[in-house]
Design a protein around this ligand. Structure first.
Ligand SMILES: [Zn+2]
Length: 138
């Protein structure tokens, strides 16, 4: 047995905790916008979509962290096989392996690469743009 290979929990815990924190902040910011008379400059439908996206992100990250604490992280909930590390690297919240995702399109398990695109001039920094800056520093 080798000790040099770390289980996925160790590799992705920091990432997931950070993503959870970012989604919580983003959700709080969007919710604050929704309570303003002008909705923070957002189109109402776009704001609703963004709030739903952020809420889903909070939920996905929280569930993944919960699976970590339960010891079931990185195991496909559909077929019980290990989810490839490369897939977890792209989507650390993943609860299903790719074949199961294809068979059973679950909105909560579908990879999302970007949030709905709205208002590029404002609140536009997404979590997955590849921009190394956090969205609040842009
Ligand atoms: Zn599977």
């Amino acid at each position: 047995m080798t000790t040099s290979v770390q289980p996925p929990q160790r590799l992705f815990q920091d990432t997931l905790e950070e993503r959870h924190r970012l989604f919580v902040l983003r959700l709080a910011q969007l919710t604050a916008c929704s309570r303003q008379p002008d909705r923070g400059g957002y189109d109402p439908a776009a704001l609703d979509a963004l709030i739903a996206w952020a809420r889903q992100g909070v939920s996905d990250a929280a569930l993944a962290l919960q699976r970590m604490s339960l010891g079931s992280y990185g195991v496909c909930e559909g077929c019980g096989s290990d989810i490839p590390v490369g897939h977890l690297r792209n989507r650390p919240e993943a609860s299903h392996c790719v074949p199961c995702l294809r068979e059973r399109p679950d909105p909560a398990a579908t990879p999302r690469t970007a949030p709905p695109r709205q208002h590029p001039h404002r609140h536009a920094e997404a979590l997955n743009t590849g921009d190394p800056r956090p969205w609040w520093a842009a």
